[in-house]
Design a binder for this molecule. Structure first.
Ligand SMILES: Cc1cc2nc3c(=O)[nH]c(=O)nc-3n(C[C@H](O)[C@H](O)[C@H](O)COP(=O)(O)O)c2cc1C
Length: 140
């Protein structure tokens, strides 16, 4: 096994879901920035990414949200709280956004990609689209 493979498995074995947090400790800004970028790179069907990550910075808002999470202390005590808002209904505007961004990556016009709206299997060959971080992550 390569060392990259064993490093990956070791990291996954080490990983655990933290239940208790020290409310005084904050993830350093530069580490948090990397985590936000990792959120933006999460895969989705067709790459549509029909979601928004709300990073709740406001402590009062976090307290308000706690009862909606079975009153779990993590909601108010963890360094950061992210609420994942996924749209369950894909709208025409989601397709417009993907087609426009794909055309941009490929140096084509959206009209040249019009066929992708109707032919499902062709989506598999869409160029990789990465939406800007600011489009998917909002702070409250
Ligand atoms: C879909 C999902 C929902 C979860 N919800 C919570 C949660 O509300 N609160 C919590 O403390 N952990 C939550 N967890 C973490 C699990 O409790 C945790 O992953 C599991 O106990 C296994 O422990 P480990 O991740 O440390 O191996 C969730 C995990 C998943 C995958």
């Amino acid at each position: 096994m390569s060392s990259a493979s064993s490093d990956l498995l070791h990291s996954l074995a080490w990983r655990y879901a933290t239940k208790q947090f020290d409310a005084e400790r904050k993830i350093p800004r530069e580490t948090w920035d990397v985590l936000e970028q990792a959120l933006v790179l999460a895969p989705s069907s067709y790459g549509l990414q029909p979601w928004t990550f709300l990073v709740i910075d406001d402590p009062a808002l976090r307290s308000e949200l706690r009862p909606f999470s079975w009153n779990q202390a993590q909601v108010t005590e963890a360094s950061h709280l992210v609420v994942f808002l996924a749209r369950r209904q894909i709208e025409e505007s989601d397709l417009d956004r993907l087609i426009t961004a794909t055309a941009d990556v490929r140096g084509q016009t959206p009209e040249q990609l019009a066929g992708y709206r109707s032919a499902d299997d062709k989506h598999a060959s869409l160029a990789k689209v990465r939406y800007p971080l600011a489009e998917l992550i909002q702070h409250r």
